[in-house]
Design a protein around this ligand. Structure first.
Ligand SMILES: *Cc1c(COP(=O)(O)O)cnc(C)c1O
Ligand SMILES: [Zn+2]
Length: 428
């Protein structure tokens, strides 16, 4: 095994392990951080390199993950797997900002990644490490987007993919991707948390490499969201970064990335982080507001299937980031999520339900006076509109169970001749 420039360190007890080994947890059972030797890096030189690479045609420079490779994983360039992930657009929609109750809202649309969700960033790093470890089989449990992303990157790297999904509980666009990219797709009864527990046992027994965000290298790739966001903003730090929380890998990565940029002198302050959970899947919200350790939510429920998670793996890392940035956790109802989604969609941007918890959360936090109207707010939209077409069509038709279709755009029926269509248009 090659020597690496990083170590693994337990988030709870601090025990350290060598950088490159098949290990997802500390011997004490807690999650691990990849710890870089930041002192060996020069912040000014890095910043100059990140800027210069924006004008480069090299695939690694054009990847929104490997553009920042010194802060992701210091590995030989030729070994990095990429689909040119990242490079996602930002949107400053006056319409969505008004709805959310703030003057300046920038949405970074991570649904514009190659497989349609932010998971591609972490997967680029995860699959790269799998290849370094000589693994040929990879697996994950998924509410859908992780499996879509892993199936794609595994196919790209010539690996065999095994995905464990809760039967009947993932959005159709995501299931379609896992099947299409050739993953062995194993549907199990129960929810995501059951699939997550099972896949860890399967990987241990079978020597398959686990690519859920419990894998610390996934977090390293995911950090690139905030690197790219800040570069989009010309390295000016916003007041808030707001994102949905499910398994909590993304919010953990967000903070880790910010802390590293700060340590390197690339940014001089930290934004506050707001994690938004669905009311029916809110263990972090409860832990945060009661100051207790995380109690899993049994039988989590929400229309936003990507965050329908009761026992998030990275809760400790997520709380650490919230503490360090004076962050907050908010919860929103499914109605609030779908109303916010209707606004994001209607603005011409579009995103899947979980993503829109972000906008619902900004609206709630600004109504509560936590976010001020003049604060500079950035929100992460995590997945593409077409991931969950069923939720969209049912919302607009007014038959999404338990949801009032407040901003519904019902299809209208017309006879197939010009006169009836003209009559219909004149009535509108
Ligand atoms: C995975 C996912 C989330 C939740 O991210 P975590 O890292 O699990 O907290 C939110 N939205 C979408 C679209 C996702 O795919
Ligand atoms: Zn430990």
């Amino acid at each position: 095994m090659t020597a690496t420039s990083w170590k693994l360190r337990c988030v709870a007890c601090g025990t350290e392990y060598p950088g490159l080994e098949v290990r997802y947890r500390c011997n004490c059972g807690e999650t691990l951080d990849v710890v870089h030797d930041l002192e060996a890096l020069d912040g000014k030189a890095l910043l100059a390199a990140f800027e210069a690479r924006l004008g480069s045609r090299r695939p690694l420079d054009r990847s929104g993950v490997w553009r920042y490779r010194e802060l992701i994983l210091g590995l030989p360039d030729a070994s990095l797997v990429t689909r040119l992930e990242g490079n996602t657009r930002t949107y400053d929609s006056a319409r969505v900002a008004r709805y959310a109750g703030v003057q300046r809202l920038t949405l970074k649309h991570e649904g514009e990644n190659p497989s349609g969700s932010f998971k591609d960033r972490g997967m680029a790093a995860g699959i790269t490490i799998a290849a370094h470890l000589g693994m040929t089989r990879v697996a994950c449990a998924s509410t859908g987007n992780t499996s879509a992303s892993m199936a794609s990157y595994a196919a790209l790297a010539g690996m065999e993919a095994f995905v464990f999904i809760p039967r009947g509980k993932i959005a159709f666009g995501k299931l379609a991707q896992a099947l299409a990219y050739g993953a062995t797709t194993i549907e199990i009864p129960g929810d995501f948390d059951a699939a997550m527990a099972l896949v860890q046992d399967v990987c241990r027994r079978e020597g398959i490499y686990l690519l859920n965000s419990i894998n610390p290298f996934r977090i390293e790739g995911q950090k690139a969201i905030v690197f790219e966001l800040l570069q989009d903003l010309n390295w000016e730090v916003p007041d808030w970064i707001v994102l949905p929380g499910g398994n909590l890998g993304n919010s953990s990565a967000l903070y880790k990335g910010l802390a590293e940029l700060h340590a390197m002198g690339i940014i001089s302050s930290l934004p506050r982080i707001a994690v938004i959970q669905a009311e029916g899947a809110n263990p972090l919200y409860t832990a945060f507001t009661t100051g207790a350790i995380l109690e899993p939510v049994r039988n989590p429920q929400t229309v936003a299937t990507a965050i329908k998670i009761g026992a998030p793996v990275s809760w400790r890392k997520s709380l650490r980031g919230l503490a360090a940035t004076n962050g907050v956790v908010e919860q929103v109802s499914d109605q609030e999520i779908m109303d916010a989604k209707a606004q994001v969609d209607r603005a011409g941007i579009g995103a899947e339900p979980a993503s829109c918890a972000t906008v619902a959360g900004v609206r709630k936090l600004s109504a509560r006076g936590v976010i001020h109207p003049e604060d500079r707010v950035c929100g992460i939209l995590t997945g593409h509109l077409l991931k969950d077409p069923d939720a969209v069509v049912r919302y607009h038709r007014g038959d999404l169970e338990g949801i009032e279709s407040r901003f519904g755009n019902r299809p209208v029926q017309a006879a197939g001749d010009l006169e009836s269509v003209m009559a219909l248009l004149r009535k509108m």
